[in-house]
Design a protein around this ligand. Structure first.
Ligand SMILES: CC(C)(COP(=O)(O)OP(=O)(O)OC[C@H]1O[C@@H](n2cnc3c(N)ncnc32)[C@H](O)[C@@H]1OP(=O)(O)O)[C@@H](O)C(=O)NCCC(=O)NCCS
Length: 258
């Protein structure tokens, strides 16, 4: 990923020329002039909090799985635009320690885990390099792909809200959702008793819980399956449930977790 610069303008125009990419954003393709306005706004926001801003993502072989990132953007294929500006919208806090995560990928790059991979890198940057207190992400309730990314990186659902739009697009009637990752969540995120949590692990834990496994049984099953050495510790089982629920964007107090 490289910081957005003027030389990337044509790529932004190309990205926003696909109405499918903007289906849940404007509901239609954007004109060159509209992209020019967004481009200037992005560059202006990039300077507001050091380290936050916008990045253009490039991959090898169109971002195919198993390939490594190119050394230089000229040697790679354009994947999409990744966003981590300071919170700034009307439904966002006026707090420079809060950043907003966003992503917009070229259509041929969807469903390969690329938005999640790049988002994970931006979360790490936000917390470990810039020192943010919280990262939020917002999207239309009907944009399940966008929420898929939020859940995949371990953000949690915060609220559904209903902004008023001058120019509503199909789906606005279902409102917008907000997810977050706090610094506390980031620091606790993947280390549950020495286990590096992944969505696959979280899903397996969920399945065990749905099958009525006790916390102790979950801990024992995790020891067996992933080599942890909790000795079937009940606290490990409950921590694992809590972190798995959070990673999947679910309420740890609700079924099947409670
Ligand atoms: C939303 C978007 C960034 C997702 O990018 P992506 O690289 O395809 O996402 P990933 O492959 O990392 O997928 C992450 C998770 O979401 C799921 N997902 C992604 N797109 C999905 C879709 N259209 N429907 C259902 N689930 C979807 C994936 O299966 C994956 O889930 P998993 O962890 O359970 O396997 C991409 O579709 C896009 O650029 N859309 C247009 C722009 C946009 O809407 N941006 C968000 C505006 S707020």
């Amino acid at each position: 990923m490289v910081p957005l610069a003027d030389r990337h303008f044509e790529l932004e125009v190309e990205l926003d020329s696909d109405p499918e990419v903007l289906r849940y954003i404007t509901g239609r393709a954007r004109s060159r002039d509209e992209v020019a306005t967004s481009h200037s706004q992005r560059l202006a926001l990039s300077g507001k909090v050091g380290g936050l801003g916008y990045w253009m993502a490039f991959g090898s072989d169109g971002g195919a799985r198993g390939t490594v990132a190119p050394e230089h953007e000229d040697q790679g294929d354009f994947i999409g635009l990744m966003m981590l500006p300071p919170a700034h919208g009307p439904d966002q806090p006026d707090d420079p320690t809060v950043a907003e995560l966003g992503y917009r990928l070229a259509r041929h790059c969807w469903r390969r885990g690329l938005a999640s991979e790049a988002s994970q890198a931006l979360l790490r940057h936000a917390f470990d390099t810039v020192g943010q207190s919280r990262v939020i992400a917002q999207t239309m309730t009907v944009n399940v792909g966008s929420q898929g990314v939020m859940k995949a990186v371990g953000m949690r659902y915060v609220r559904t809200y209903f902004p008023s739009w001058d120019d509503p697009i199909p789906g606005t009637e279902s409102g917008e959702v907000e997810y977050e990752m706090t610094r506390e969540m980031w620091e606790a995120r993947l280390t549950v008793w020495g286990l590096t949590l992944t969505t696959d692990i979280a899903r397996q834990v969920r399945q065990w819980r749905a099958d009525d496994y006790t916390w102790r049984a979950i801990a024992a099953a995790a020891d067996h399956q992933w080599g942890t050495e909790s000795g079937g510790n009940q606290l490990f089982g409950s921590d694992l449930c809590l972190e798995s629920a959070r990673m999947l964007g679910e309420n740890p107090e609700a079924d099947p977790w409670n």
